[in-house]
Write a protein that binds this ligand. Structure first.
Ligand code: IPM
Ligand code: MG
Length: 355
């Protein structure tokens, strides 16, 4: 029996979570394992109900679960609220509270989705298989921030802060991951300008000494964003800060077809993890059965891998997704000519049947 906190959230969150839970139900019956779901309100829906992005007691409840599966939070309805009361604050509280410092975002181009990539065929044909390792509970997202009036002018600031130990632990995750892949780490920073990046770079070099079998190179973030569209096949593991990882992972998701395909796992020490698609709440298509549930389904698969060690079930889910794509089923975001257009529910159903 595994106890999972389920946070559907806002916008398309509940729809995609519903499909991921159907997939988990199927896994449960096929692989003889039981899941207990604890449903938690977080994000805009919690603000509407309780006046806060997530209640303290709910955060405590989440901490007692073995893993958390989250849809997405946020939306225009709550955009006008002060920073500490925005839905996104729930995410930061969850990530910080669970101490999940390592965010793994695999961006893989499926053969079947080559036509959905906006990149030229000759670039795509070299293949794309990148793991973005994003530091998740430090940097500008968590550094000192505020507003003040200086000489009669209103000023706002956010601060990028990294300690050596924070960089060391995330770098280790990247090198360990690279060992199981193509043994290359590209550390992305802005060391030509930022002092925090210079500390980042020095520390990554120190950690690299323990991994002589893994090749390391450094890249400035502006160049990395260009290289990602010029020749993504050069990347294996991208190691980067919270802020840069947020931006680069959206770019990585687009070149592999759609942000609706990218799953993520956020891990700390031990097996507790937070699993969420990298996409947002897509309010423009919410509630219309248009969203792609695959990113969330693959996030559930990552949960089975990292929190529950169920590799057979992971393979079954990943394979089921591939079959659905091979058979030509597409939600709108990945639709190309001559494919079969399906909605959120039908895509989930087809994937379940393929398990
Ligand atoms: C992500 C999202 C979040 C982030 C937002 C919703 C707070 O963009 O997971 O990439 O910036 O981390
Ligand atoms: Mg993002």
């Amino acid at each position: 029996m595994h106890r999972i906190a389920v946070i559907p959230g806002d916008g398309i969150g509940p729809e995609v979570i519903e499909q991921a839970l159907l997939v988990l139900d199927k896994v449960s019956s096929k692989f003889g394992v039981k899941f207990e779901y604890i449903f938690i309100d977080a994000g805009g829906c919690a603000i509407d109900k309780y006046g806060v992005p997530i209640k303290d007691e709910d955060l405590e409840l989440v901490k007692k679960c073995e893993a958390t599966l989250l849809g997405a939070v946020g939306g225009p309805k709550w955009d006008g609220l002060p920073g500490n009361l925005r839905p996104e604050q729930a995410l930061l509280k969850l990530r910080g509270g669970l101490k999940v410092y390592a965010n793994l975002r695999p961006a893989v181009l499926y053969d079947e989705l080559k036509d959905s990539s906006p990149l030229k065929k000759e670039i795509v044909s070299r293949g794309i298989d990148i793991l973005v390792v994003r530091e998740l509970i430090g940097g500008m997202y968590f550094g000192p921030k505020g507003r003040e009036v200086k000489n009669g002018d209103e000023v706002a600031y956010d601060t990028e802060v990294y300690s050596k130990s924070e960089v060391r632990r995330i770098a280790k995750v990247a090198f360990e991951a690279a060992r199981k892949r193509r043994k290359k780490v590209t550390s992305v920073d802005k060391a030509n300008i930022l002092e925090s990046s210079r500390l980042w770079r020095e520390t990554v070099e120190e950690v690299a000494k323990d991994y002589p079998d893994v090749a390391l190179n450094h890249m400035y973030v502006d160049n990395a964003s260009m290289q990602l569209v010029k020749d993504p096949s050069q990347f294996d593991v991208i190691l980067t800060s919270n802020m840069f990882g947020d931006i680069l992972s959206d770019e990585a998701s687009m070149i592999v077809g759609s942000i609706g395909m990218l799953a993520s796992a956020s891990l700390g020490e031990g097996r507790v993890g937070l699993y969420e698609p990298i996409h947002g709440t897509a309010p423009d298509i919410a509630g219309q059965d248009l969203a792609n549930p695959i990113a969330t389904i693959l996030s559930a698969a990552m949960m089975l891998r990292y929190s529950f060690d169920m590799e057979d079930a992971v393979k079954a889910i990943e394979n089921a997704v591939k079959i659905a794509l091979k058979e030509g089923y597409r939600t709108r975001d990945i639709y190309t000519e001559n494919c079969k257009l399906v909605g959120t529910k039908q895509m989930g159903k087809i994937i379940c049947e393929n398990i």
